[in-house]
Design a protein around this ligand. Structure first.
Ligand code: ZN
Length: 331
């Protein structure tokens, strides 16, 4: 065992020994969300699992399995403000943990509700929704914003700056702004037992690409796919040997997954272009339905809106607006 490869494998095993994975059930594939406990002089938890009582029981059980309880967690680091990553922040905060969240998440959570309502209304109309369905979607988006505020509590959380070196719990982290799945998403890199590791949240997942949710059905939704490509460009700079994602298995060497994610975005653009050619001029909702059948969840619609924005800026498609609804066609 004298080769460099075997030495780095031993180091990687030591890093894995210091990082414990907790899993929470969620209703959507792959049916779980992960959080990670990093041991050290101060204990840091990356992401905070699913909400509600089930999530709390899973948090307590997951911590107990590795000999911890909520009171032992000094810091919680949030990669992005989606409910399955911030669910147990209140329990951890009450137990004494300091919550650290992306600076952009905190300013977005503190935005004025009326301005938020206007943005949701405008984009829900642009997508092609009307009537009761339209009203329900706007109400849901606002409810999510209120819920996220309660969970994160922006007035007490500490801001993590993007593309910076930051100190948390006596450790240094390099942060990467990685929008696309969420506009405020951050990945954090640090060295554990001689191995560079990356906490990638939902920006890099091995078996699939997380939806281009970006801002939800709000102004800027059509920038999601461009932002996703930018995130992949930034992550091309990470030298991490091990990646700890929000969903799917822990994996080695992020560059293969960066490439796979780019390929998946390329495929989304091509599918969207074909759908516009088949049904245009059509609303984003009709184009999404052409792509995937019935749109029951936001993911295929937001992917489609993001892809349409990129195709429009590239000159492949164009749109006109009628009563606030966007109709896309091939340029
Ligand atoms: Zn997630």
């Amino acid at each position: 065992m004298t080769t460099d490869a075997s030495c780095s494998a031993v180091r990687a095993d030591r890093a894995r020994d210091r990082i414990h994975r907790l899993e929470f059930d969620v209703p959507w594939p792959p049916k779980h969300v992960a959080a990670y406990l990093l041991e050290g002089e101060e204990t840091i938890l990356f992401d905070a699992g699913a909400p509600d009582e089930t999530g709390e029981a899973e948090l307590r059980e997951g911590l107990a399995e590795v000999g911890y309880e909520p009171e032992d967690i000094d810091h919680v680091v949030v990669t992005h403000v989606h409910s399955d990553h911030i669910g147990q922040l209140p329990v951890l905060r009450d137990a004494g943990a300091t919550v650290h969240a992306p600076a952009r998440s905190l300013s977005r959570l503190e935005r004025d509700l009326e301005t938020a309502r206007e943005g949701f209304t405008e984009m829900t109309t642009a997508a092609g929704y009307e009537g009761d369905e339209h009203a329900e979607i706007v109400a849901e988006e606002l409810e999510e914003l209120r819920r996220d505020r309660r969970l994160v509590e922006p007035e007490t959380a500490r801001a993590i700056e993007p593309d910076a070196t930051v100190a948390i719990g006596g450790r240094e982290f390099e942060t990467f702004a990685t929008p696309g799945h969420a506009v405020d998403h951050l990945c954090l890199e640090t060295t554990v037992a001689g191995t560079t590791v990356l906490f990638s949240g939902d920006a890099l997942i091995e078996p699939f690409r997380a939806g281009a949710f970006q801002v939800g059905l709000d102004r800027g939704a059509d920038e999601a796919v461009d932002a996703y490509y930018e995130a992949m460009d930034r992550l091309a700079a990470t030298g991490a040997a091990l990646v700890f994602p929000g969903h799917g298995p822990i994996f080695e060497g992020p560059q293969g997954v960066v490439e796979a994610t780019r390929d998946r975005l390329d495929a989304l653009l091509e599918e969207t272009r074909e759908a516009v050619a088949a049904v245009g001029p059509a609303s984003p909702l009709s184009i999404a339905e052409r792509r995937v059948g019935t749109v029951r969840h936001m993911a295929p619609l937001l992917d489609t809106i993001g892809a349409l924005g990129t195709l429009e800026r590239r000159g492949t498609v164009t749109y006109g607006t009628e009563d606030g609804v966007r109709y896309y066609e091939t340029a």
